[in-house]
Design a protein around this ligand. Structure first.
Ligand code: 13P
Length: 277
């Protein structure tokens, strides 16, 4: 069934578990992730990133994902990942997304608050969830202009009070798009942020975090873990392997079946890792 982030994040932030927010790029990934969540009997968030929002448009992505979410036996939230323009956020809401991220993390605090607040006025009136980011989670590759800055607890408190967001993405050593896990997480800073704000928290860059640290973080106030690279690796490597072994085959669906199976397995590993203990 289709849900908003507000329907699932407060409970996840209080529990010893959290919800996987999986980047999906097309129908194969969406089917694989939803079936993994159904098998694990856990809610899940499907996230449309900037690349897909630009390539397909948020309207087409909503058209693809909403029927799958509505038909699912588990709770599925349709989320717009990092978005820097209000216009795209509003188009996504209009198309049926149940959760959006307005990412003002590259702006000065006052500007981030002002623009996020305007978006929050709209999301609140429509029952859509709004994620904001403070500090800036850097990228290992692909978005070199994005700063690296830890989240400041005093600023986080001001941002929570004035921006109107529902969940807060924090920068505590996490890094987007690492090919392997191993980034050091600043657990002292996580504790300080838990004291400074009362909102559910979000961790981006889950691929780069060790399973041990994910288990520790999910028991804290973290409600949502964004995961992309490890899923893209599972999907891409499965196709490459089969294509290498069967060079005469060319049908999209022939290779897609293998990729769906590999992605379902990896998504289920992450979803289960995040389940309450
Ligand atoms: P990874 O690709 O590092 O798992 O992070 C995904 C993400 O944070 C998307 O917002």
């Amino acid at each position: 069934m289709l849900v908003s982030l507000q329907d699932i994040s407060p409970e996840a932030s209080r529990s010893t578990g959290a919800i996987a927010c999986c980047n999906v790029f097309g129908i194969e990934e969406a089917i694989a992730v939803i079936s993994a969540a159904e098998e694990a009997k856990r809610p899940v968030i499907l996230a449309v990133n900037k690349d897909m929002a630009e390539l397909a448009g948020v309207e087409a992505m909503a058209g693809l994902l909403l029927p799958l979410a509505k038909a699912s036996s588990t709770k599925v939230c349709i989320h717009l990942d990092h978005c820097y323009e209000e216009e795209t956020v509003y188009r996504a809401i209009h198309s049926g997304f149940t959760s959006v991220m307005f990412d003002g993390s590259q702006l000065p605090l006052s500007e981030n608050i002002r623009r996020t607040r305007q978006v929050a006025n709209v999301t609140k009136s429509l029952g859509i969830s709004l994620e904001g980011e403070l500090g800036s989670v850097p990228y290992q590759e692909g978005r070199d202009h994005i700063r690296s800055a830890l989240t400041d607890p005093d600023e986080a408190s001001i941002y929570e009070e004035q921006s109107g967001i529902d969940v807060l993405a924090i920068s505590v050593g996490n890094v987007h798009r690492m090919a392997e896990a191993g980034t050091p997480i600043n657990f002292d800073l996580v504790s300080k942020l838990e004291q400074a704000v009362s909102l559910p928290l979000v961790i981006h860059g889950t691929t780069g975090i060790t399973e041990q640290d994910i288990r520790a973080l999910k028991k804290r106030r973290i409600a949502k873990f964004n995961v992309g690279t490890t899923l893209r690796q599972a999907f891409g490597y499965a196709i490459r392997e089969r294509m290498k072994n069967e060079p005469d085959k060319y049908d999209r669906q022939y290779f897609a079946g293998t990729a769906i199976d590999a992605l379902r397995k990896e998504a289920k590993r992450v979803i289960t890792l995040l389940a309450p203990e």
